[in-house]
Design a protein around this ligand. Structure first.
Ligand code: CO
Length: 196
């Protein structure tokens, strides 16, 4: 344990159906400068990709890390505030109720769909120093609650299209097929495609 982990310098965005997106991520055990520098690179990459959240598996790192900045989703504030956050080894402790929100994902360009999520919940995570943090969120009122649940799914190998109903899936099926074909053409492999 606590072995140094080599984080990549250049971050490449991986899209569906890359198999690493399906792999459960490993916990972070070493809170060192390498980790901090990697999180900074993830935040920069997320802004560059124009995302509000980015999970480490999306850049090929199977570790329980995601970053977020939901400032751009706060339409009432101009210019949008910077609300960068780093979440390490996150988990949801308790949840209550549900709410829906139209979600997209950097790993599924051009696909958007309403997804049902928990409304109220507590998220527990570690900061860059390894100190435990907790926050109660109310996803119906605070979009950060949506971002956290979407990104946390990534760390378990779960993707937002897994939440879609059969009807919703028919609407995006063609785009998914196109992505599967592009991946197969580029790699010669099938990737981890949806099984339904
Ligand atoms: Co995503």
């Amino acid at each position: 344990m606590n072995q140094a982990y080599h984080y990549p310098e250049e971050l490449e965005l991986l899209t569906y159906p890359h198999p690493i997106l399906r792999r459960p991520a490993e916990p972070v055990t070493l809170f060192d400068d390498q980790l901090a520098a990697f999180c900074r690179r993830m935040l920069d990459a997320m802004h560059q990709f124009k995302g509000v959240g980015l999970a480490a598996p999306q850049v090929g790192v199977s570790r329980q890390i995601f970053v977020s900045d939901h400032g751009g989703l706060m339409a009432e504030q101009d210019p949008p505030p910077s609300l960068e956050r780093i979440w390490i080894n996150p988990r949801i402790e308790q949840h209550q109720g549900s709410t829906t929100y139209e979600e997209g994902c950097l790993s599924f360009p051009g696909i958007y769909a309403k997804v049902e999520r928990h409304d109220r919940f507590t998220v527990v995570w570690q900061d860059l120093q390894g100190a435990e943090q907790r926050l109660e969120l109310n996803a119906a009122d605070d979009v950060l609650g949506i971002v956290v649940q979407h990104e946390l799914d990534h760390l378990h190998g779960k993707l937002f299209v897994d939440h879609l109903t059969t009807v919703q899936l028919t609407l995006v099926r063609r785009k998914l097929k196109e992505m599967e074909q592009a991946y197969k053409k580029a790699t010669g492999k099938a990737g981890s495609i949806l099984r339904r």
